[in-house]
Write a protein that binds this ligand. Sequence first.
Ligand code: ASP
Length: 355
Amino acid sequence: MSIYLFTRGFLLLVLFLSCCQTNGQINERYVLVIHGGAGTILQKNMTPEKETAYKEGLKAALEKGYAILKNNGSSLDAVTEAVKVLEDNPLFNAGKGAVFTNAGTNEMDAAIMDGRTKAAGSVAGVATIKNPVTAARAVMEKSEHVMLTGKGAEQFAAANNCTMVDPAYFFTQARWDALQKVKAEDSSKMEMDHNPRHAADTSKNFPIAYKESYEYHISKFGTVGAVALDKMGNLAAATSTGGMTNKKWGRVGDAPIIGAGTYADNSTCAVSCTGWGEYFIRAVVAKSISDQIKYAKLSIATAAKNSLDEVAAMGGDGGLVALDKNGNFTQSFNTDGMYRGSVKADGIIEVAIYK
Ligand code: ASP
């Protein structure tokens, strides 16, 4: 009798577990993957202290997002909170560490997308929102729009409980010094490049030594982003950036453009990009990765490589994190390095910087 009861109980348990699996209720393949910008990141220009600080920054973001996923939270919350941690860290070019525009201001862009509903929200050119990713999320959840810019975006954020700050909050000496350096290099090289293809960034002509320096490095890179898959099988992506040092005329990069720098679709993947925005916009990188998975049935790694190859063929560079619906992910880049990290259900955190 007891053997009968035991066998029955065991069979019921197996039945219950397999039902849960097919309903996607207990997807234990939850994952969070982040980046903190791609670019000329060379070990020879890093002190061990700086390297540790970057790695600690990435780790803190992963820990925050992982706790959410582990406790049955949503991928949307995980990417929002992970990006917020990076926005609050002055080492990264987003939020507190945003780079300066030519006018000496900070103008930030951010986006978020929900792979379950394909709802999306973004803000561009904002200067008074402490965590631009929270404003992007408010646009997605509390407005009928997808993208808001400038003052209007700030008014909307203020009215929707985002923390607002004085623009002076975003001042950091390192980014300010980087702006002065870029301006000096820029004016001495301005005359050299008449190729309109490169007009968006005269840095193509900067001397190699400068391009490999820490000043150049922090003047250009450090955009942050996250992609996550939660226990319910839902994907989400978020990206946040100060853009490119010395940008002018209200320039907006790829980060807040849905399909270019940020994209998520439960049936394919979630993507967050970093790099030379003008190229990522024209190659529509994030959505093209999703399309390659959907229509050509390519793997996430192959799709990401194809899209980055397209960016490179056009003359651009950068990187991305992409995660598919089965938990496979790639951290791809065609630069010297990319701040990056990941954590899977086992809780083991991995962070890396160089190639
Ligand atoms: N993609 C960003 C932009 O073009 C910059 C970066 O990722 O470094 O605004």
